[in-house]
Design a protein around this ligand. Structure first.
Ligand code: SF4
Length: 351
């Protein structure tokens, strides 16, 4: 990476700076985001991830958007941790349908230590199929994080959800700092970080700016940044939330692209409710990753073949998983970040 590119990886954003990006004329913002995107990625490729719920429902947390919380009656059928054979089968199907990354999600506050051997086996088996692996299991201790990394987990997903200020409106059973601590544990264990948030929960633009500011000001940008549009599920406290202006959603993607130029920005939940034009505009704004499966944990997602048809019509190809290139790049980035932050608290351990 040239020094010019290095200077683009900023970690010192102020909210006013982020808001001024948001408030540019729409065409200027999209143009800048697309130019930035082209400096770091093939603009005609998207990374495809498949997400499987490996343990569904009965979560003790109170995330107000989530049908898996035990506190809300959403009619969701609970499922215990899947058997390893079921996970392998799903991973094989995902690979055959073109996915390069297989994400496994469990509705836990945090895993019990007794669950770790089973999820570690899932990681090893899915990796042996030639897929990148990602898990989202709730909060992780340092020791749990190290064990998942030892099993070969590539990515750990843990979203910040929203700004620090709005966070209390969304969840009360864990703190923002808890989330940052898990991200720190994941980074310290040497795994890649997948962290983003949800928009359309009733937050203000300054909260969307605050979320992106928190993510971009982490010592190392998350390699993967999912931007979710709230899926309003009946029975959750956010079921009747007003719709977010679609252009504001596209602006959020574009600003994420500008602030975290080398990260994969993922068009995540809520795609089922987006028409093709809006999805195409999201790609124009710099989104270059999608979830590609019939279901996102428990909510519907566009059918895989519909996605393929859209990508084909747009001349966009699925990105292939290049394990060696990815891990070399990750190592380089991490070493560079460590050198840049020698005197800082690089790993933002919790106070
Ligand atoms: S988002 Fe995760 S932690 Fe929150 S209620 Fe749903 S499953 Fe539990």
């Amino acid at each position: 990476m040239s020094s010019q590119e290095g200077s683009l990886l900023r970690h010192d954003w102020t909210r006013d700076q982020v808001l001024s990006l948001f408030n540019q004329p729409f065409n200027d913002l999209l143009f800048d985001a697309q130019v930035m995107h082209r400096q770091h990625f093939d603009p005609n490729q998207v990374q495809l991830s498949t997400l499987l719920s490996i343990k569904t429902g009965a979560c003790p947390e109170d995330c107000k958007y989530c049908p898996q919380s035990a506190r809300y009656d959403t009619g969701l059928e609970k499922e215990k941790l899947l058997q390893i054979e079921q996970v392998i089968e799903a991973a094989k199907i995902a690979k055959a349908s073109g996915s390069s990354r297989f994400c496994m999600g469990a509705a836990w506050r945090s895993p019990h230590d007794r669950d770790i051997p089973a999820v570690a086996e899932m990681i090893r088996e899915v990796k042996s199929l030639g897929l990148e692996t990602c898990m989202t299991l709730g909060m992780l201790s340092e020791a749990q994080s190290d064990k998942l990394a030892d099993a070969g987990l590539d990515y750990y997903n843990h979203n910040l959800d929203t700004s620090k200020e709005f966070y209390g409106e969304v969840i009360t059973t864990r703190t923002y700092q808890d989330r940052l601590n898990t991200l720190a544990n994941v980074r310290n264990s040497g795994m890649k970080v997948c962290a983003g948030g949800i928009v359309g929960m009733g937050e203000e633009q300054q909260d969307r700016a605050g979320l992106l500011m928190e993510l971009a000001n982490l010592p190392v940008h998350p390699e993967s940044v999912p931007i979710n549009m709230l899926v309003k599920v009946a029975g959750t406290p956010m079921a009747d939330q007003a719709n977010l202006d679609p252009f504001e959603f596209i602006r959020t993607i574009a600003v994420a692209r500008l602030m975290m130029p080398k990260s994969y920005v993922r068009l995540s939940a809520g795609r089922e409710d987006m028409n093709e034009q809006m999805q195409a505009m999201a790609f124009m704004a710099g989104a270059n990753s999608i979830f590609y499966c019939d279901k996102l944990l428990t909510t519907p997602n566009p059918k895989a073949n519909t996605d393929m048809q859209l990508l084909e019509r747009l001349g966009i190809a699925p990105e292939e998983y290049q394990a060696d290139k990815d891990s070399r790049q990750q190592e380089d980035d991490l070493h560079r970040a460590i050198n840049e932050h020698k005197n800082d608290a690089l790993f933002y351990r919790a106070s």
